[in-house]
Design a protein around this ligand. Structure first.
Ligand SMILES: [Zn+2]
Length: 525
């Protein structure tokens, strides 16, 4: 119901916007287009969604801040020559899945996993130039104008954190305002937008002094990887950016056409500089491979193997918070909560800005009945990224405190997610709400059978089992109102049962529907 209302509100809002919005000239392509998202809104969306989108995609890569500075420097060189002046920002994410994305307003991210596959700075510039172009042209805002994003968010209610390089331990679902960013960074822009981003990306590379041939070699690498169906790529970059020979050919045509005008210009490839920038990344690759293997072992519930792999990863790169965080997760699975706390503390010591460590530590505290610390950590995790898991845990804590109002609010938010957490929260919410509003969940319909006996069909429309559903019958017999209270001992979720009132119309009497009524008077759980 609430969903329908939201959708209606959104439709009304868009209709209003459509009246207000006019055609605008795209500052990059020069095309006239309808836009429901103003440039100020693009900046606002980018600024608001940047942090939660980073959180949902693995958090920032902290181990090598110089690498982020380097990527940012290359990105800013392209941004400076782009056709739209935003406050562009670039970040490297701690995510092994090869991917890159841009939010409206020029907020851009590259995954660690993509950098392994690049050969030189010009190829990095091709990746970043493409993303700068998406932002400059406003492809995200265009998708929002088409309405493909928000409607999806309304209907789903929660968005799975996709392309995250960790097994979804908590089947994390992003809730609330962060849903928009989660959709924007995982969306497929479509073929035309990709062609456009390639085209202007090459343009910006040339303006910034990079050799545009790298845009061809980059696409060739992608096509080769695509044909290999190498895991990671399919759910990462290729999900939003399907490579094709067509893209290779388009880029080649454009570069060949540009070349005569570039005669005598010193176009940079920057291979040595790039090699140096990613030296540490390459050196630590075996540790991240061990981490990936630990995740696969967790998926098979082989926790001992996972711990062995993680300890090896930690030995190689002890300052990588993610390794300690995953170790904490395994220790939670094994119900070694105090050891889990130690691992999460170590993770937070190295990276105090990733929601997942606070979520894990909050759960460990909760299992140890350390409710104050649990709440503090869980609230902190939801500030960084609102997830169904954290909301569900906060709901349980509120219930322990006897705060039913807060508990219901938390459970209701968590119930929007799919999966086990969503189901658990739905049941927990219903358990509370059935007590508050029994008439919504337990319904009774009165009827009389051929012999004049008055019965009720009593249904349980909740996902929780009901005990002792009590109904009150009122029947007009021979001009007199007769009442009867009947209790049904148990009613399973989403089922119904017939209840005999014990009242009946006399033989031969004529009765009508308005001569009988039934009402649910009490529901026990
Ligand atoms: Zn793209």
């Amino acid at each position: 119901m609430q969903h329908f209302r939201s959708v209606l509100a959104a439709v009304a809002a868009i209709a209003t916007l459509a009246l207000l919005a006019g055609c605008v000239v795209n500052p990059v392509t020069g095309r006239s287009e309808l836009s429901l998202v103003s440039e100020a809104e693009e900046r606002k969306i980018g600024a608001e969604q940047y942090v939660p989108s980073q959180q949902g995609q693995g958090g920032t890569y902290q181990v090598d801040p110089e690498l982020t500075a380097y990527v940012s420097q290359v990105g800013k060189r392209l941004a400076a020559v782009s056709d739209r002046k935003f406050n562009y920002e670039f970040v490297v994410l701690n995510n092994g899945v090869p991917n890159a994305w841009a939010l409206p307003g020029g907020k851009i991210a590259v995954n660690r996993g993509l950098l392994y596959e690049l050969n030189n700075e010009a190829e990095l510039a091709a990746v970043l130039g493409h993303e700068v172009s998406h932002a400059a042209i406003g492809h995200g805002a265009q998708a929002m104008t088409r309405g493909t994003l928000m409607q999806g968010a309304m209907v789903l209610g929660a968005v799975a954190v996709a392309a995250n390089d960790k097994t979804s331990r908590y089947s994390d679902f992003v809730l609330g305002g962060a849903m928009l960013g989660a959709q924007l960074v995982t969306m497929n822009h479509g073929r035309d937008a990709e062609r456009e981003a390639d085209q202007y990306g090459i343009e910006y590379m040339v303006r910034a002094g990079y050799d545009p041939h790298a845009a061809i070699s980059l696409q060739e690498t992608f096509v080769a990887l695509f044909e290999d169906k190498k895991s990671g790529w399919m759910e990462g970059l290729f999900a939003s950016h399907p490579p094709s020979q067509e893209r290779v050919d388009n880029n080649r045509k454009q570069v060949e056409a540009l070349m005569p005008s570039l005669q005598g210009r010193d176009l940079e490839v920057g291979e040595a500089r790039f090699r140096q920038a990613i030296a540490r990344l390459n050196k630590t690759k075996p540790a991240y491979k061990a981490f990936d293997e630990a995740e696969k072992a967790i998926a098979k519930k082989d926790y001992q193997m996972a711990l062995t792999k993680l300890d090896s990863a930690i030995k190689q790169v002890p300052e990588e918070a993610r390794f300690h965080g995953l170790k904490g997760d395994i220790l939670v699975y094994q119900q070694h909560y105090n050891d889990a706390l130690a691992s999460y503390n170590e993770a937070i010591k190295h990276d105090g800005n990733y929601y997942d460590y606070y979520l894990g530590r909050g759960v460990a505290h909760a299992r140890l009945n350390q409710t104050v610390l649990a709440r503090q950590d869980l609230e902190r995790s939801t500030k960084l990224l609102p997830t169904a898991m954290a909301m569900n845990e906060l709901g349980k804590l509120a219930l322990t405190d006897g705060n039913r109002v807060d508990a219901k609010r938390y459970f209701q938010q968590a119930s929007l997610a799919k999966g086990l957490v969503g189901q658990e929260a739905t049941a927990a919410f219903a358990r509370l709400d059935v007590q508050d509003n029994p008439a919504i969940y337990a319904q009774a319909e009165v009827y009389a059978d051929k012999r004049g006996r008055v019965l009720a069909k009593v249904s349980n429309r909740s996902p929780v089992a009901m005990r002792a559903v009590e109904v009150q019958f009122q029947v007009l017999i021979n001009g007199q109102i007769q009442q009867r209270r009947v209790a049904l001992p148990a009613l399973a979720p989403n089922t119904y049962a017939d209840v005999i009132s014990g009242l009946a119309f006399p033989e031969g009497a004529v009765w009508t529907a308005d001569m009988m009524a039934v009402q649910v008077v009490a529901v026990g759980l």
